[in-house]
Structures are given as C-alpha cells and as structure tokens.
Design a protein around this ligand. Structure first.
Ligand SMILES: [Zn+2]
Length: 87
C-alpha cells in the first residue's frame, strides 16, 4: 500500500460503524499492517540521525539521549539510536 492509500484506508476505518468493522476484518488487518510498516520505517530513519550523548549528574557522563542508558559506541546498544560525541 502506498502512503496515501494507507491514509485513505485509516480515514475510512475511522468513520466505520461497529457493523462495518465486523464485516471488513481483512481490510482492517491489512491497513493496520501497512500503517505499522510506515511508522516503523519512519522510526528507523529517525534513529539514524545522530543525537548528542547527554550527561546525567551522578549517574553517567555519556548517556543515550533517548533511553538514558550508558553508552560508548556509535549506536546505543539498548535502543539503537545513532550517537554523536562531538561539540
Ligand atoms: Zn538508547
């Protein structure tokens, strides 16, 4: 499904009655899967944009800005966020 088709499908599901939902399980399931895939792609792309490590007073001098785990590599080993250590 293309992005605009996913949006159109989500739009039509929003307007469905309980009866419509009961008689269209395949359409709803396929739309959910396509929407999940789009969101996941966007999330993975966002994780590729480096974010500067943060300092947490008394806990860590180099922590992931997303999940606050202690880090020392190019990526956070807990959440996968790409990291930067520069200024
Ligand atoms: Zn993390």
């Amino acid at each position: 499904m293309k992005r605009y088709e996913v949006l159109e499908s989500l739009d039509s599901i929003t307007g469905m009655t309980d009866e419509d939902i009961k008689i269209n399980p395949v359409f709803i399931r396929e739309t959910a899967i396509a929407a999940y895939s789009l969101i996941k792609q966007k999330y993975q792309v966002a994780k590729q944009i480096p974010q500067k490590v943060v300092k947490i007073e008394g806990v860590s001098s180099q922590a992931c800005p997303v999940c606050k785990s202690n880090v020392n590599g190019k990526y956070c080993s807990y959440c996968g966020q790409r990291l930067s250590y520069g200024l």
